[in-house]
Design a protein around this ligand. Structure first.
Ligand code: HEM
Ligand SMILES: *[C@@H]1O[C@H](CO)[C@@H](O)[C@H](O)[C@H]1NC(C)=O
Length: 560
């Protein structure tokens, strides 16, 4: 019996092995190999170059945010997604509208929880077993629990923390009645602050940033948390702003020896919340009777009262209760709205024509009492003013540098790439909010503030005179995925309605009650004259609201 031919012999029967055929075969193999590896790579997001693998990227990410963002921005011009490592954690950054939308959609594969776990652990400094309650609860924020594989040993669902926490935030910050009460309380307190300026007298040397950092902070903190928190800790204003400077460095939980100064400030800041909580009582804690409605002198807003009550009632340690109050109710509610309000004022005051237009617009929403001549602000009408809303929106676009942060719970495809389970995804506003393709208009690049960017002019017929006139209309020129200062989806900022009221009201009251003149830009360190206007303070980029790196000196005269 003839032995069966070897593969080579078989091949030789049909093809002659010439150098040409051999190279053809090699080329074929190479092609197939290249095809497979290209597809392999297509599934794995391109990695950001790391000059010192596992070290440099992580270091720059935490210490030189704007340099890191520039490198990400470059890579994202060529690829829709870029990946890198921070310690053991894999990160993806992305920017396309489609991928940002994917982050905002409710999905069992993508969760907002992980970032908050880091906030609870590192910014709030909660006790580890208190953080763990939220970590164990994978059922999500909504009333209907997400299907979870994370069952307790008895096969039951884990105890829910996210859903009641979310409900308290929404019940107390979302409903018009609650937001309006907060808004009116803020207005009253802010106007109390303004009362120290004498009518008709010029005050020289007002610094816009310094002024709002103090006076807006006092009014907003008292509106939200009641008067006691500042009474018990008169140094809170100072401690707050020093803590604000290091807050971003706390998020990733750097080792203690690397971040000692930051942790000392954290302890001082949380100490103020602790003093407040130890002195405040829930008269109705046991019985549930005497439930107070609305704002009160002990707790301030129902949002503060109910959030603090939740953590106490659930038996969280004092350290965790204080951290939650400090970070959500004091830091969360001020750290973004005050710097953005500072920017709104700076943009408006620096441009006398804009200041005049804003003033004219704002005057139309004050109601004058015919008997007393007193003026009251119609808050609902103010919220709808087109130019003021456009300035507010433009200030958020340019100065709200948030990374929307999510975690991959199950491998998920975005833009044709398979994202790994456990990885962190971030959508950097710093890149998306400055996209020329989305935002630029003739003469107004995305990099420049333009008060009318979110305005359209339309023809309207005047109801009384029947004459045609041109009026401004506020339009959101971008989509939710182009502008996301408040994040999106189920974890979207619950404070956004109050924040909008508070910021717009601050500008409305100042421009209406004061004659304001720009004097000069000043350096933050010593108040000396600066040779250039304020820019985004590089140190804060990628953290959240980016304050200005210069102050603005004005002189003003109270009018009423
Ligand atoms: C200019 C003002 C503000 C801005 C730009 C802002 C922005 C944001 C952003 C970007 C998020 C993350 C959203 C996401 O994950 O998709 C967030 C969450 C949050 N914000 Fe704000 N915020 C502001 C003011 C406030 C105020 C006044 C409060 C009042 C207490 C507040 C309370 C919160 C809370 C509790 C969360 C966590 C929500 C959750 O994880 O479910 N914020 N905010
Ligand atoms: C946001 O992203 C930038 C880089 O793109 C990074 O440097 C910064 O640390 C991030 N901040 C947070 C709080 O995630």
């Amino acid at each position: 019996m003839a032995s069966s031919p070897s593969p080579i012999e078989l091949l030789e029967r049909y093809v002659t092995l010439t150098p040409f055929n051999i190279s053809l075969a090699v080329a074929g193999f190479l092609f197939i190999f290249a095809f497979i590896s290209a597809n392999w790579n297509r599934n794995h997001a391109p990695a950001l170059k790391d000059p010192i693998p596992y070290v440099w990227n992580a270091f720059q990410y935490m210490t030189d945010q704007s340099a890191f963002l520039n490198r990400v921005r470059d890579t994202l011009r060529r690829h829709p997604i870029v990946s890198f490592h921070i310690g053991p954690m894999k990160f993806y950054m992305l920017k396309s509208p489609k991928s940002i939308q994917a982050l905002f959609k409710t999905s069992p594969s993508i969760s907002s929880d992980k970032f908050m776990h880091m906030v609870f652990e590192n910014m709030m400094n909660m006790a580890p077993h208190d953080v763990d309650r939220f970590v164990q609860d994978t059922t999500g924020r909504l009333a209907t629990p997400l299907p979870t594989s994370n069952l307790r040993p008895d096969g039951k669902e884990p105890k829910r923390y996210w859903a009641p926490y979310h409900k308290i935030l929404h019940d107390n910050l979302f409903r018009a009645s609650e937001t309006n009460e907060l808004g009116v309380t803020y207005q009253r307190l802010f106007e109390d602050q303004l009362a120290r300026f004498k009518i008709g007298e010029w005050t020289e040397d007002i610094k816009v940033r310094d002024f709002l950092y103090r006076d807006m902070f006092i009014a907003a903190t008292t509106a939200f948390c009641g008067p006691r928190v500042l009474q018990l800790s008169p140094d809170l204003i100072d401690v707050f702003w020093r803590h604000h400077e290091i807050a971003a460095s706390l998020v990733y939980g750097l080792p203690k020896w690397l971040n000692k100064r930051a942790l000392d400030l954290q302890a001082q800041f949380h100490g103020a919340a602790r003093r407040f909580l130890e002195a405040a009582e829930f008269p109705d804690a046991e019985t549930g009777t005497e439930e107070k409605e609305g704002w009160d002198e002990v707790w301030g807003s129902p949002a503060n009262r109910e959030l603090c009550r939740f953590f106490k009632k659930e038996g969280f340690e004092m350290r965790s209760q204080a951290g939650s109050m400090a970070i959500t109710n004091v830091f969360g509610s001020n750290a973004n709205s005050i710097p953005i309000a500072v920017w709104m004022m700076m943009h408006v005051v620096h441009d006398p024509a804009l200041l005049a237009q804003i003033r004219e617009e704002v005057e139309s929403v004050f109601v004058i009492d015919p008997a007393t001549g007193g003026k009251t602000l119609d808050i609902q009408k103010m919220l709808a003013l087109p130019l003021l809303q456009s300035v507010y929106t433009e200030s958020l676009r340019m100065h709200m540098s948030i990374n929307v942060t999510r975690q991959v719970i199950e491998p998920v495809m975005i833009e044709g790439y398979l994202l790994e389970k456990g990885a962190i995804i971030q959508g950097p506003a710093e890149i998306v909010h400055y996209e020329e393709d989305t935002w630029a208009e003739e003469g107004h690049p995305a990099s420049e503030f333009w008060a009318e960017r979110h305005i359209k002019y339309i023809e309207e017929v005047d109801e009384q005179t029947r004459e045609k006139k041109t009026v401004r209309q506020f339009i959101m020129s971008g989509r939710a995925a182009d502008l996301f200062p408040y994040g999106g989806g189920v974890s979207m900022c619950p404070g956004r309605f109050f924040a909008k009221q508070e910021m717009m009201m601050t500008v409305a009251l100042l421009v209406s009650r004061f004659d304001i003149e720009f004097v000069e830009w000043t350096n933050l360190e010593d108040g000396s004259k600066s040779d250039r206007p304020a820019q985004n303070h590089a140190k804060f980029i990628g953290g959240a609201a980016v304050p200005p790196d210069r102050d603005m000196k004005v002189r003003w005269k109270r009018l009423w």
